[in-house]
Write a protein that binds this ligand. Structure first.
Ligand code: ATP
Length: 588
């Protein structure tokens, strides 16, 4: 969709402020053209001596009144258009944010966070300015006034009008040329501001790493270079705009010189009155404001167009995850994975190959394997963060027997609680962070799940206990504490499938044992609850009903702990190695 079409749609749905603005504009145009004509009559009347005393005062009074009216109309006109423009900006920002939240990880893989942040701020702001002030206010307004005023000059005397129009084609050419350059400059400026945003976002997130690597100065220098580039592009746009204003001045000066020269001849020949010549030059003079405005608009409009060109592909990008399913996740659901194959977009090799497995309700599945084997990828597919290229995931329970995409995303998200290796904590209290899974939960319920996740004692030692603020501004928790808070959050949810994605990697083996005991106890109170545990540490999965070993995206071994030890393959050797390591740690 082009910027113009998008604006037309917006104007149609917000016709009230635009109608008010159009009405005010018509009044401004009428009054603006009436004044010079009236001044001409007054001058002719005074020269001829026919307009004196109270009649003259009355005429001058009307002129003052018209001036005040124009002032008030201009204020009202701008306010009406600004109000509509802000609405458009707000609408676009919300639309963009809502669209982004519907996209899956495959979309974000191709987009940088800083770039998306720039789109939601800088670029939407540029479209808002173009739409509100530029396109509809100043552009329509100034173009209308320019046309009306030019017609009025021709109306006073056609010979004079046509002669004064001579310099205008040069002006139009300059306008055209400048608009192209301004567009390119804004395009580059918006792009460079995005890179700047990305740099700030990454730099602030990694400031400790940068310090540790001694790269802070280098990073600041890179920022300076990016900032310089962005400023240079904006300055280039301003330079071209600066070239426009003198062009307006020169055009109008040339038109006035022609008008006065030819007008003088016509007055001398008595073919034109002094009043008419006064009206004519006033019309020319009045052109200066709308013509300057057209220049400012040009820049805002080109900036808006450049921003829209960047926003449009993101707004219209197809959703990488379709929520077309209609079925709810059945109670006591069984998951069956059948011959699943998957490769990440743009990745050369397969991340998963020919995976088949079962997760009966109430069971625990352990997934182990070397780093990069595909353990997290398997969970991502179960969560429908990505769609498999081949194979399917079936869900059955009660009367429901369907594939994963046939479930509503809402019921899938509610039915599965995922704890990643590096969970995200929001800027809120610990209690609020845990309660995100079930906002109506009582403090006693929050504390109960915190105990199950073996984090209750840690929380109690914090300055304000459960009310301690964490996240960006608050207390920094250790990696293991964050993982346990996230496990507590998952346990509080009513999810029937828990997915622990290396979620115990940062806790010591003693705490791990405690949490696993609590998870086993949970199965007594919630027998339908199934758990998948991804782990490098085999001690985390040894009690699982079934264990699969993934290597290079394939299942190479599977069975119970005892069966896998007896098989004497990768699992058995890994177990011996980890046991030896644990005993050495204990000795130390
Ligand atoms: N978003 C992604 N885009 C492209 N490739 C990816 C992506 N995520 C993972 N991979 C690749 O897919 C393969 C499997 O990764 P995955 O994260 O599932 O392994 P893992 O067994 O969980 O590893 P680890 O134990 O180190 O967490 C790896 O080769 C990895 O590089």
């Amino acid at each position: 969709m082009t910027l113009t079409r998008m604006l037309a749609t917006f104007v149609r749905s917000h016709w009230r402020p635009y109608s008010a603005a159009a009405l005010m504009l018509a009044c401004i145009a009428f009054t603006t053209t009436w004044i010079p004509r009236q001044v001409g009559h007054v001058v002719d009347g005074m020269v001829a001596g026919t307009l004196q005393g109270s009649a003259l005062q009355q005429q001058l009074g009307w002129l003052v009144l018209a001036g005040v009216l124009i002032y008030l109309l201009r204020v009202g006109w701008r306010l009406a258009l600004f109000a509509a423009a802000y609405q458009l900006g707000q609408q676009l920002r919300t639309q963009l944010y809502a669209r982004l939240t519907l996209q899956g990880p495959a979309f974000f893989q191709a987009k940088r966070t800083g770039d998306l942040m720039a789109l939601a701020t800088n670029d939407v702001d540029a479209v808002e300015m173009a739409a509100g002030e530029a396109l509809l206010a100043a552009f329509d307004g100034s173009l209308t006034l320019i046309l009306v005023l030019l017609m009025m000059t021709v109306g006073v005397d056609w010979r004079l009008g046509l002669a004064a129009l001579l310099p205008f084609p040069f002006m139009a050419l300059a306008f055209w040329r400048i608009s192209e350059q301004v567009h390119q400059a804004w395009q580059s400026s918006l792009h460079r501001f995005s890179s700047l945003n990305q740099h700030v976002q990454e730099g602030l997130a990694s400031v400790r790493t940068l310090r540790a690597l001694g790269l802070v100065q280098h990073n600041t220098l890179q920022f300076h270079q990016l900032a310089e580039g962005a400023a240079e592009s904006s300055y280039r746009a301003q330079k071209w705009e600066a070239a426009y204003e003198p062009a307006v001045g020169m055009t109008l000066s040339a038109a006035t010189v022609i008008a006065l020269g030819l007008g003088g001849v016509l007055v001398a020949r008595r073919e034109l009155s002094i009043g008419q010549l006064t009206s004519f030059t006033m019309y020319l003079g009045q052109l200066i404001w709308p013509m300057f405005a057209a220049g400012w608009v040009l820049s805002l409009l080109e900036r808006g167009r450049a921003a829209w060109d960047r926003l449009q592909p993101v707004l219209s990008a197809p959703l990488t995850l379709q929520d077309t399913g209609r079925l709810p996740l059945p109670a006591r659901a069984r998951l069956s994975v059948e011959q699943l194959h998957f490769s990440y977009p743009e990745a050369g090799r397969k991340a998963l190959e020919n995976i088949s497995l079962q997760l009966p309700p109430g069971s625990t599945l352990g997934v182990v394997g070397p780093t990069g084997a595909g353990k997290s990828t398997l969970l991502r597919l179960l969560l429908r963060q990505y769609e498999p290229a081949l194979g399917r995931i079936l869900v059955s329970g009660g009367a429901v027997h369907c594939t994963l995409p046939e479930l509503t995303l809402q019921s899938l998200r509610e039915g599965m609680a995922w704890v990643p290796q590096e969970p995200f904590l929001f800027s809120a209290s610990i209690a609020e962070n845990i309660a995100l899974a079930r906002p109506a939960a009582s403090r006693a319920e929050i504390e109960q799940v915190a105990r199950m996740a073996a984090v209750h004692d840690d929380i109690r030692l914090l300055p304000k206990g459960y009310d301690t603020e964490v996240g960006e501004r608050g207390v920094t928790l250790s990696g293991g504490q964050r993982q346990r808070v996230a496990i507590a959050r998952a346990l509080l949810s009513n999810a029937q499938i828990l997915l622990l994605d290396d979620a115990l990697s940062a806790v010591d083996t003693g705490t791990e044992t405690q949490i696993l005991q609590h998870l086993r106890a949970l199965r007594e109170t919630r027998p339908e609850c199934s758990v998948i545990i991804n782990s490098h540490r085999l001690s985390a999965v040894m009690e699982a009903d079934h264990i699969i070993v993934l290597r290079d995206g394939r299942i190479t071994e599977q069975g119970s702990h005892a069966a896998l030890l007896a098989a004497g393959a990768w699992y058995a050797s890994q177990w011996r190695y980890q046991q030896l390591e644990a005993s050495l740690d204990a000795d130390a």
